[in-house]
Design a binder for this molecule. Structure first.
Ligand SMILES: [Zn+2]
Length: 306
């Protein structure tokens, strides 16, 4: 496998899909493994010692809100994509349903196949480039730095020289930002933030409600003008939205905490009405709002201020 083929496969990994639910399990395992290459660790990592707990933490931080996470699933399914191997997998005892017994799995090791590992070791920008490919494909930009830090991969600074063939991703519409900010009169939809330096907006962004990386369109009905803080809070699921009758209300996760006055930037808006565009045609679509609540927002929400 050469670098172009590797990047193609990274872009084409088979993701379990049910409707538009997020399934970042394989992407997060690959990122963890790329971090191991970059951090000079052995080719094979122990499932029980090196991978299980770290992957579970990554899933709970950056995966969809679910009751429990199963790091063993990507670990045992990734070999079918030709990017992973678990030596001796056939000998691991299985349950009636054909799943490997966890106690035995914890004794096993997994990692990139040898040829691929050597390629990654001989060309370390490849791990960084592949990580960027995965991040672009599965997570909003506002989370990229946090995920890179969590797995120990530096930022990719150079554009790749060779095009990746199989990655078919909707390009971003360059007019999205402009249209969203205009619809919201260049103020945060939550807190009205509108700070400028001379003519330039400072820290006002166009957020996607349904992530672009999850197939959310670049339309005003899937956008919100938000200050940087509220945009980040939306993308990590600290802030959510709910369509109630004709309004959209702000939800704040009960998982947020903080001792500085900054926490008021969240708590003060629980249950508040989101400011929506005057033109009803530009109002957020409740289908996208529901997707965000189901796939990103960290339930339960705090009670509204009465
Ligand atoms: Zn704001």
């Amino acid at each position: 496998m050469d670098r172009v083929e590797f990047l193609d496969r990274i872009g084409g990994i088979k993701i379990w899909k049910k409707g538009n639910r997020r399934a970042p399990h394989k992407p997060l395992l690959l990122l963890l493994a790329l971090g191991r290459v970059y951090g000079d660790k052995d080719r094979l990592g122990s499932y029980g010692g090196d991978i299980e707990d770290r992957l579970r933490r990554l899933l709970s931080r950056f995966g969809p809100p679910r009751k429990g996470h199963h790091p063993e699933e990507p670990f045992t399914r990734l070999p079918s994509d030709g990017l992973w191997e678990i030596p001796g997998y056939e000998q691991i005892p299985k349950s009636v349903a054909g799943r490997p017994r966890l106690v035995a799995l914890r004794e096993s090791k997994g990692g990139f196949p040898e040829g691929l590992y050597d390629l990654l070791r001989s060309d370390q920008t490849l791990a960084i480039e592949a990580a960027q490919e995965i991040l672009d494909g599965h997570f909003p930009r506002s989370l990229h730095a946090d995920i890179r830090d969590a797995v120990g991969i530096p930022e990719y600074l150079h554009r790749r020289s060779e095009p990746v063939k199989q990655v078919v991703r909707e390009p971003r519409d360059p007019r999205f930002r402009h249209r969203v900010l205009r619809a919201y009169e260049r103020r945060c939809a939550v807190c009205d933030f509108d700070v400028r330096i001379e003519d330039q907006l400072l820290g006002l962004e166009a957020a996607h409600i349904m992530w672009h990386a999850a197939g959310g369109p670049d339309t005003v009905k899937n956008g919100l003008a938000m200050c940087s803080f509220h945009h980040k809070a939306l993308d990590v699921g600290a802030l959510g939205l709910e369509c109630v009758d004709e309004e959209i209300r702000v939800l704040i996760s009960s998982e947020v905490s903080g001792r500085s006055a900054g926490i008021r930037q969240l708590l003060d808006y629980r249950g508040a009405q989101l400011r929506i565009p005057r033109n009803r045609r530009d109002e957020p679509d409740c289908g996208f709002v529901e997707w965000h609540r189901r796939e990103v927002f960290r339930e339960p929400a705090l009670d509204a201020i009465s």
